[in-house]
Design a binder for this molecule. Structure first.
Ligand code: NAD
Length: 312
């Protein structure tokens, strides 16, 4: 089968391309990416072919999707702070861009797997986050990801499109960059520790997250594609682990065998307080799934950084 990965030159996308390359049932992998946050170098050794361009380019998108048996739609303008800086840009790529991808898939009934985010739960304080909970986005990013999933799931009843939407939680691992204003917490901590600098924690550090190793995410995405998994409602892609940001700082320091020095800064607007997935639906759809532990995931990520992978 041939697979298109939008946003495939990004962190999760390039890890997925690596996973797809190891699957005998997968033939050609085409990546459509405008390289706004991704990089062609991420695809080295994956065998995936990069088409540089935007999902907002209707003609290009139609051409790319034409020969695909499945599309994994990861292209997005990520990050809460980035969306606070320019809400319309997030809307355009994450909401309008998703409708463009859906339209390209609809014409041929192409199976679509799309990325949403745990940020859609927002101000809802119940834990763990079950997919049936209401959604209350706290940022333009979260609102735009809610649009991503709502449009994708509406194309099932409206047009018979076979689709699956995952809500990713905090994904981390090799290829996730540090050293930029919108960097995620795991690469930021590792990068700071490697430089001998304090780890920056926004707020008191007792906010919690459900960290998911990217290798596990890539395996689930590839399984979903190969088995053509669909679901009428969104599916959490995380495993119910709950770690505070302060605890993460200590775990990173332990993995790196370094001392930990923490610098607190003001809490960031739009950030949720606590996050932890209910993984019941995920485990029903993907029985036998085994997640990489935080301990092992951090070891792999630190190894990648130490090998020079994270150099800015
Ligand atoms: P990323 O920034 O590394 O990947 C996004 C990719 O999309 C990049 O390669 C970027 O160049 C590309 N892109 C952006 N705009 C585009 C456009 N108009 N046309 C084509 N390509 C475009 O981020 P990621 O962490 O790999 O995120 C992948 C997906 O997962 C996104 O949809 C994101 O919202 C979602 N997600 C990620 C996390 C996480 O923890 N990393 C959590 C929740 C949801």
């Amino acid at each position: 089968m041939n697979v298109v990965v939008t946003g495939g030159a990004g962190f999760i996308g390039a890890n997925l391309c690596r996973e797809l390359a190891s699957r005998p049932g997968v033939g050609e992998v085409l990546v459509l990416d405008d390289l706004s946050t991704g990089s062609a170098a991420n695809l080295a050794g994956t065998g995936a072919e990069l088409v540089e361009g935007s999902i907002l380019d209707r003609t290009l998108l139609e051409d790319v999707v034409a020969g695909a048996d499945a599309v994994v739609h990861l292209a997005a303008r990520p990050s809460v702070p980035r969306s606070l800086a320019d809400p319309f840009a997030s809307h355009e790529v994450n909401a309008t861009g998703t409708v463009r991808v859906l339209e390209a898939c609809r014409r041929r009934g192409t199976h679509l797997v799309a990325a949403s985010s745990s940020s859609v739960y927002g101000a809802v304080t119940d834990l763990p986050k079950h997919e049936d909970l209401p959604t209350r986005p706290l940022s333009p990013y979260a609102a735009s990801k809610l649009a991503t999933e709502a449009y994708t799931l509406a194309y099932g009843p409206a047009f018979g499109l076979p689709a699956l939407v995952f809500r990713f939680f905090n994904v981390y691992g090799p290829l996730q960059p540090a050293g930029h204003a919108y960097a995620a917490v795991v690469p930021s901590f590792i990068d700071a520790a490697l430089r001998g600098e304090p780890l920056t924690v926004y707020g008191d550090g007792h906010q919690t997250r459900d960290f998911t190793y990217v290798g596990t995410v890539a395996r689930v995405l590839a399984d979903a594609v190969e088995r053509k998994v669909t679901c009428a409602s969104p599916v959490n892609l995380a495993f119910g682990t709950r770690v505070s940001v302060l605890e993460l700082a200590h775990r990173v320091a332990k993995t790196m065998e370094s001392a930990v020095e923490i610098r607190h800064e003001e809490p960031r607007r739009g950030d949720v307080r606590d996050s932890q997935a209910d993984d019941g639906v995920l485990r029903e759809l993907f029985p036998g799934l085994r997640a990489v532990s935080l301990e092992r995931g951090l070891e792999e990520t630190v190894r990648w950084f130490r090998g020079g992978g994270g150099a800015a």
